[in-house]
Write a protein that binds this ligand. Sequence first.
Ligand SMILES: [Zn+2]
Length: 139
Amino acid sequence: MPIVINSPRDGDTLACGHVLVTPEATKRLGFGGTGYAILPDESCICYDCAHARDVEALRTAEHWVAYLSADGKQIHDWPGYALMTVTRSWETESRVFGRLSHTTWIRAVDTHGAEWHGRGPGRGMYVRLTRKGLKRGGR
Ligand SMILES: [Zn+2]
């Protein structure tokens, strides 16, 4: 009998069919929460399945939002799995209305071998990425 889980706990069966086990990723990263991801339809799936979906979606995606690892070497998804390896990064700073603003620029290669470029506020923060070769303003 299917059960609607509002707040899954360790040992609960998730929508993907796996049993929730709080992953190491939470401790390792210091964020990411409780070991499950919530889909747009509000069902909960485990981090492994969330990552598998990410990897599959990444194959055809043109834009992607993920996280720059604390060491700045990888781009990972919310569950904390690496999706891309950073090949080059550099920082710039500029004044925006008198306030110093830092931007980290990223070049990365994803698990499928495709190249991406993007930027974000820094390590441990989000990065907005665009597939290389995509035309500006294009689809
Ligand atoms: Zn699962």
